[in-house]
Design a protein. Structure first.
Lengths: 434, 255
């Protein structure tokens, strides 16, 4: 007689939003195995219709507090695109700096606060405050960089104020920016220490592989994060305006967030997908971190998304140092930063890489600049089908060698590795206005 | 004396206000030392029904959540509504103006009937709330003020005067004088005029001051050829629960 499993992890912890893990197996055979998304429907694409272009990013950045800058970035890129706005190098530099700030802050939060406790056998970061105080203080110091940068440039990180279509509504002073630069430079040793810490716990992640389709942006001149073209490891490079040819959405009953597929039954986005698609373009510090962590592209172990995030912390940190240096030499004034927007009828698309992966905002405006149609596709939504397929391969592989509790714990870690942002993912779906 | 047990809960929201709590990097270890955090699903595993202070983030948007809210109320001595979604329903209320069934159908198509939802409301529609920390997101300083007050057993100092007061103190050029307009005249202060100080308009994300002087507000707006109804409708994003924010006759927001 084979083994029976009945796992129901209600409201999974240390993830953003509400999800349950459901596994049922009898006589050694898996009957049901998926991540249930029970977040309340939020219907952003309905709420956005009728809003002015001035308010669209204000609304959609509130899809998620953690990726607020990422949502704002994709949103204002879509509006820039719809109205044909040209950006100055100063605007571009500050936008990129804010996005780098969010990537670093979010990865640090995930690696130290949400994932590391698993590897160190703790239920949260709280016990680590007394057992590993230096590590926790370092994590807080590094996480703070996101706030230090975004506070100075756009007023705050959660729902940034000055980051708008076409430019910025606030000119940061050189004095404030100097403080930001000093703060960034102060973290230099912390970056190396982070790689060391993760290298020390990297062995705690299960050895599991499932080949997958990696989807991310790619850019000829850099490790893509702000913009670029759309790359699939299966179907090659596409113009971002053709995103619907790669990202196909569909509803499933066990999730208030839609699932996504391309050629196979699922696809993956996120730090590991970016790494798999663009590892050759990492800077020296990113390359060194990958080497230290033993991460090689393509890597098909989803648990190693934590390692890819660590590689990106190192890479993005050096990019932020370089960019900050350029920004200090720039002429930041109302003339170079203030938005100059004339609305016109049309459709615009913004694709950007946010901490959890590719993000799509697609808006249609009427001639007054009122939004008439919108579609947002969120990285966690894109990963949900992939997570289900990982779980469905993993459980049969270990069903006879691990206990029910161990398997439940492994699956929690698996879901957590994707760094899911569930409240973000619920609402996505395409809206067709008739 | 035993340390107070603190609990965090979330309903329909972006969880940005809980992130604002984690964003108190310099004070976080101090807070963790002064209280026992027993529920914080976003950050810890422990789940407990024994707590003194419950912070609730998010709006009440489906009937089946009422039980969870009532359970929290029963367990906690003090319930704190954390952020705009919990205090006023926040931007979730916009969907009430778009038609619930219509919104669900537009987003989920044929599959709309699989999922449960109802009009978005403040959590006060389901349970009694003792303290409100307004804002989208909450200002960190107000969260810290509330924590300190609750620990010291005193009433938190939360302003009940308009954002204009703080905006003037910061010496910002008034948006009305720049040919713009905003909600500062009637919006609850406490954010230190956050948005106007960074070139944004005040949307009154912290809600309206109690018993605001409607006639004075109307006079100020009239000077610029505006009516209160017009301005409330334009900035309905955070204030859909207030009766004055009726949808305009043409059913669309003014651009």
């Amino acid at each position: 007689m084979g083994k029976t499993l009945d796992i129901n992890i209600h409201h999974l912890t240390r993830v953003e939003g509400h999800g349950n893990i459901i596994v049922r197996a009898s006589d050694g055979k898996v009957e049901k195995c998926h991540l249930q998304i029970v977040e309340t429907p939020r219907v952003f694409e309905s709420m956005i219709c009728g809003l002015s272009w001035r308010d669209t990013a204000m609304l959609t950045c509130r899809i998620c507090g953690i990726c607020s800058v990422g949502h704002t970035t994709a949103s204002i890129q879509a509006t820039d695109d719809a109205f044909g706005l040209k950006l100055t190098p100063e605007v571009l530099a500050l936008r990129k700096l804010m996005l780098l700030a969010e990537e670093i802050q979010s990865h640090v939060l995930h690696v130290y606060f949400l994932a590391a406790p698993d590897a160190l056998g703790a239920g949260s970061v709280l016990p680590l405050a007394s057992s590993h105080p230096e590590v926790v203080k370092r994590a807080l110091r590094m996480k703070k960089v996101g706030n230090v940068i975004c506070d100075a440039v756009a007023g705050r990180h959660v729902h940034p104020i000055a980051l708008v279509p076409g430019g910025f509504t606030h000119v940061p002073s050189k004095k404030d920016l100097k403080k930001v630069q000093d703060y960034i430079l102060m973290l230099n040793d912390d970056v190396d220490a982070t790689v060391e810490t993760v290298a020390a716990i990297g062995g705690a992640f299960p050895k599991f592989e499932r080949e997958r389709e990696d989807v991310s942006l790619t850019h000829p001149d850099e490790y893509a994060f702000y913009n670029g073209q759309l790359k699939s490891s299966k179907t090659g490079v596409h113009d971002i305006h053709d995103y619907a040819k790669v990202i196909h959405e569909f509803c499933v009953e066990h999730s208030t967030s839609k699932h996504v597929r391309n050629v196979d039954a699922c696809l993956a986005v996120g730090a590991l997908s970016r790494f798999n698609n663009n590892a050759a373009q990492l800077n020296d510090r990113g390359q060194a971190a990958a080497k230290k962590l033993g991460l090689k592209a393509p890597c098909y172990n989803p648990y190693y998304n934590n390692l890819a995030q660590t590689v990106e912390i190192a890479h993005f940190y050096d990019e932020a140092v370089k960019l900050m240096d350029q920004i200090m030499k720039m002429d930041l004034t109302e003339a170079t930063l203030a938005p100059n927007v004339t609305p016109k009828a049309g459709r615009g698309i913004g694709l950007t890489e946010v901490p959890r992966g590719l993000l799509v905002h697609d808006y249609t405006y009427d001639e007054k600049g009122v939004c008439t149609k919108a579609n947002c596709i969120i990285p966690t939504g894109m990963n949900l089908a992939n997570i289900d397929h990982d779980m469905q391969k993993y459980v049969p592989e270990v069903i006879n060698t691990r206990t029910q509790d161990q398997i439940g714990h492994d699956l929690e870690m698996l879901v957590r590795s994707y760094d899911p942002c569930i409240s973000c993912s619920v609402h996505l779906l395409k809206v067709d206005w008739v | 004396m035993a340390k107070p047990r603190v609990s965090f809960h979330d309903f329909t929201s972006c969880e940005g206000c809980q992130l604002q709590v984690l964003n108190c990097e310099d004070e976080l270890l101090g807070i963790v030392g002064a209280v026992d955090i027993v529920n914080f699903r976003e950050a810890i595993d422990e789940k407990s029904d024994e707590y003194d202070i419950a912070f609730i983030e998010g709006a009440f948007t489906r009937e089946s959540d009422r039980k969870r809210l009532e359970h929290i109320r029963k367990c906690a001595k003090i319930v704190v509504a954390l952020g705009a979604c919990a205090c006023t329903g926040g931007l979730n209320v916009l969907k009430n103006f778009r038609g619930i069934d219509e919104s669900m159908k537009k987003v989920y198509g044929e599959a709309a009937s699989w999922y449960e939802t109802s009009p978005a409301l403040p959590i006060e529609a389901a349970i009694k709330v003792d303290v409100k920390i307004n804002g989208c997101p909450i200002p960190k300083q107000e969260f810290l003020e509330v924590v300190k007050s609750v620990l010291a057993g005193r009433t938190p100092q939360i302003p009940d005067y308009p954002v204009c007061v703080e905006c003037k103190l910061r010496e910002n050029v008034c948006l009305f004088q720049k040919g713009e307009y905003c909600m500062g005249v009637v919006a609850k202060a406490g954010c230190n005029a956050w948005c106007p100080s960074y070139g944004g308009r005040c949307y009154a994300c912290r809600g309206l001051i109690t018993d605001f002087n409607k006639n004075a507000a109307k006079d100020v707006l009239a000077e610029y050829g505006l009516t209160l109804e017009q301005v409330m409708a334009e900035f309905r994003m955070f204030n859909g629960v207030f009766p004055v924010a009726e949808p305009p006759a043409d059913g669309a927001l003014k651009s």
